[in-house]
Design a protein around this ligand. Structure first.
Ligand SMILES: [Zn+2]
Length: 345
């Protein structure tokens, strides 16, 4: 079990980057992986702080999160041999830094500039160009520095998407329990409780998750980080990724213009909660209170792709037992599921 050693969430915490690196023993060299925008927003500031402290710091700007980006970063790590890699940016930059550092056996620090999904704290990375359309094991961040004064400036849509990813844990944990019951798959109560606690935290605080409210962003970040820790403890993505995630991955494959990960997972969670016999109306009401899409129209995705994704979802990861394996949706039953939950008209 690999867990983060330092987690700081709050106003102006980016300023602590040097302290945290020193504390963890990285006082000589660091490599900052960031994006063109996030370099301006946070990457340059972090690099300057490290440089001021006498730490030799290089930076590399990546524009996307493909296997080629990962290889390019790995090459830089091989050349520079930094003590630590910092991923500074939204999900994609963090994923590239996480996977490339893991492959080169260098510790990794996560510095998110958005709160759009739980990958900011998990040991998994989602990379384009791999044979699988879902996340793969990389490594847990050794530290997480989440500066709310930076994250709050990003589009509020990223925050609501993060809420969708967290609310989706009600159904992912339920699928995990189901897999344990049916196939006697490993199930960890502690990791499951942690994921559920995160989802409940967002439900309880839905009212304060509003544009410009720092406290709401902090609650969401704590929930996302707990989800990341839950996956580290479980050693798998199971507590945080069930049938609703398979639906989202399938949408990424079939829809011409997919929506954001957390938004798709939120809509998936409404429908999977219905199949699982959970309180799907409560899931939907929570998403609506926070402002996460709950319909195909709000996702900007045509009904036919919602239905196709429902039918294809289980085949994305055939070995992972979920409610979809039990229900075996066809075009007709998928359509009626989407209709009865109000996802399509
Ligand atoms: Zn997710």
């Amino acid at each position: 079990m690999q867990l983060p050693r330092e987690v700081v969430v709050g106003d102006k915490t980016l300023e602590l980057v040097e302290d945290i690196c020193e504390k963890l023993g990285f006082s000589e060299s660091a490599l900052v992986i960031t994006g063109p925008n996030t370099y301006r927003i946070a990457g340059k500031r972090a690099a300057d702080l490290l440089d001021d402290a006498g730490i030799h710091v290089d930076h590399l700007i990546v524009a996307s999160s493909t296997v080629w980006d990962v290889r390019a970063v790995e090459k830089r790590i091989e050349e520079l041999k930094p003590q630590v890699v910092l991923g500074i940016g939204g999900g994609t930059k963090i994923d590239v830094a996480k996977l490339s550092s893991a492959r080169q056996r260098v510790p990794f620090i996560s510095v998110p500039t958005t709160a759009s999904h739980d990958g900011i704290a998990s040991p998994f990375a989602s990379i384009k160009g791999l044979s699988k359309p879902y996340s793969i094991m990389a490594q847990s961040p050794m530290a997480i520095i989440a500066d709310t004064s930076i994250i709050i400036q990003a589009s509020h849509r990223l925050v609501t998407s993060g809420c969708g990813d967290v609310v989706a844990k009600f159904t992912s944990v339920n699928d995990w329990k189901l897999a344990h019951k049916v196939e006697n798959a490993y199930y960890g109560d502690y990791a499951a409780s942690l994921a559920l606690m995160s989802a409940r935290l967002v439900v309880r605080n839905a009212e304060i998750i509003k544009p410009g409210v720092e406290e709401g962003v902090r609650v969401l970040l704590e929930a996302l980080i707990s989800c990341g820790v839950a996956m580290s403890i479980a050693g798998s993505s199971r507590p945080c990724s069930g049938s609703e995630h398979l639906f989202s991955h399938a949408l990424d494959v079939v829809a011409p213009r997919p929506a954001m990960h957390g938004e798709q997972c939120g809509v998936g969670a409404i429908m999977m909660a219905y199949l699982q016999g959970l309180d799907w109306k409560q899931t939907k009401a929570t998403l609506q209170r926070v402002g996460v899409p709950t319909t195909a129209e709000e996702l900007g995705i045509e009904s036919e792709f919602i239905i196709e994704a429902l039918v294809r979802a289980q085949s994305i990861r055939p070995k992972q037992y979920t409610i979809l394996k039990e229900k075996e949706l066809n075009h007709e039953s998928a359509e009626s599921l989407a209709r009865v939950t109000g996802v399509i008209e």
